[in-house]
Design a protein around this ligand. Structure first.
Ligand code: ATP
Ligand code: MG
Length: 248
């Protein structure tokens, strides 16, 4: 495993959709191993920021770097994944008719075909890695159960586990606790906290109690740019933030 030293640096990013600026000169950075929370009202540009980092959307201007060697704006989505950026979408995409273990096995394979992967024998190292991830996501006891039998929260954790199989240096997580029970939310806090340090983690979420439970540094986006930054108490007490977001 290479050293975990890649800093994410976004500078002056602007993204326009029909003249509307979803990102407007956005500048922010994420240190290696940092857990960063990004909050802000609907339409603030949070998801668009992740789209730029993962190569799904190209900005009109600005720069996006991941470590010294990776200019994200010149890389394909696959190259960005290979450079160590993993993204979890809101809707879980686990395979319902495969077991928990098989889902992780597939994620290990990357681009190989489903059948080929499931028929191939996995190495002891791969078996260890799957078991390790099962422990991390708290699903060791469910390894032989079908994806379809999992509760909503368990599916979300399995999806995070599938991302972890590629051992990404940076994890982008968009609204992870939407639809979860309070117990599931608490378990998700623990999981994301346990991933920080070994991974950089960027979490976008509207649930303020959840954000408070994991927050170190918090960035508030509004109209495509950063309007406040600091710890949770600082941003929650910021008059600009109260006006555009938390005061409603
Ligand atoms: N592909 C697109 N085409 C046109 N407009 C878009 C596109 N993607 C996003 N937008 C617009 O850009 C703005 C920012 O959207 P974005 O999804 O980044 O916000 P968000 O901060 O993630 O909001 P939410 O909290 O609701 O998820 C919104 O006004 C949205 O309608
Ligand atoms: Mg969004």
């Amino acid at each position: 495993m290479s050293a975990r030293d890649k800093k994410l640096e976004l500078e002056g990013l602007t993204v326009s959709f029909d003249g509307f600026k979803a990102l407007n000169n956005l500048t922010l950075s994420v240190d290696p191993g940092e857990l960063l929370c990004i909050i802000g009202p609907n339409g603030a540009g949070k998801t668009t920021m992740m789209d730029v980092v993962t190569g799904k959307t190209r900005p009109d201007s600005g720069t996006a770097r991941f470590g010294s060697g990776n200019n994200l704006l010149e890389m394909s989505e696959a190259e960005i994944v290979a450079a160590g950026v993993g993204r979890k979408f809101q809707k879980p995409t686990v395979f319902e008719r495969l077991t928990v273990f098989e889902n992780l096995e597939l994620a290990l394979a990357g681009t190989r075909s489903v059948l080929k992967t499931l028929r191939a024998r996995i190495s002891p190292e791969q078996d260890n890695r799957i078991n390790e991830v099962l422990g991390t996501i708290g699903l060791s006891g469910r390894r032989f159960e079908l994806g379809s039998t999992l509760a909503h929260g368990q599916k979300q954790w399995l999806e995070i586990g599938m991302l972890l199989m590629q051992d990404p240096e940076l994890l982008l997580v968009d609204e992870p606790v939407a639809g979860m029970t309070p117990q599931e939310i608490e378990r998700t806090s623990e999981l994301l906290l346990s991933l920080a340090g070994e991974h950089s983690v960027v979490v976008v979420e509207h649930d303020m109690n959840f954000v408070r439970s994991i927050a170190r540094r918090v960035i508030v986006l509004h109209e495509g740019r950063v309007i406040a930054e600091g710890d949770m108490d600082k941003v929650q007490g910021d008059p600009k933030v109260i006006e555009v977001y938390l005061g409603v």
